[in-house]
Design a binder for this molecule. Sequence first.
Ligand code: SF4
Length: 268
Amino acid sequence: MFINRLTANKIDELNNMIKECKKCRLSETRMNAICGEGNLNAKIMLIAQAPGEKEDREGRMFVGPSGKVLDELLNKAGIKRHEIYMTNLIKCMLPKYRRPKQDEIKACSYYLNEEIKLINPKILAPLGYYATRYIFQKYGILLPSKAEFSKVSGKLCLAKDKKILPLPHPATCLYNPDFKQNLIKSYRKLQVLLEDCKWYPVCPMKKFYEEGKLDKKWIELYCKGDWESCIRYHMEERGEPHPDWMLPDGTLDEKLQKEVKYESYNYL
Ligand code: SF4
């Protein structure tokens, strides 16, 4: 696989800065500042909140109990660790797993921003509330409250050239094993996002988009994004008839309807 040498060198330089960083109080309590790891050509970047105790001791990402859960979730989604890039919002362990403070996020986010710039993944998957809050702020997306995190978790959104898929942190399963099935379902979305919808080549949405009659967001969010959430996709799978002017979220678009009527009139 082609790896851009320049990117690799810049990531090395960045990692050296991270290892030496003393920009905030967390440098006094950490054993190791943890650098991002993974594929420099990755399409997907997972962004966790901060390293845990085992990660702090061993100096690697996701080597502790949540790492085991993450491996299982990725495995079930058909994704290998070496295919993705993983990093943290905060590079040093938070004492007693407390919440990150605003000034710590401010001091540390420079590194994450550089990683996003250098790796340039198509899909950002922030894990848990604080990583999601930071990514939403960075890309100007309306911020959910902590209590509302579940409303955005597992739902794809678009920002500039990125697709953002907030996911629950794997550690959620450690505190509450009942959540596991939900997490498996959410992480499977990562695999969905790597493929286009199989119906795309023959879907009227493609035609409308190519003719400039449909906003690109529908294609990015569904046809080349989370096609598993598309109502048209499921109706197609079940062989149920549905109008050409029905949008992927199931709403009927009057403007497209007029286009279809106009085209069939011209055809006659
Ligand atoms: S609109 Fe739905 S069915 Fe059609 S290509 Fe897009 S995702 Fe697939």
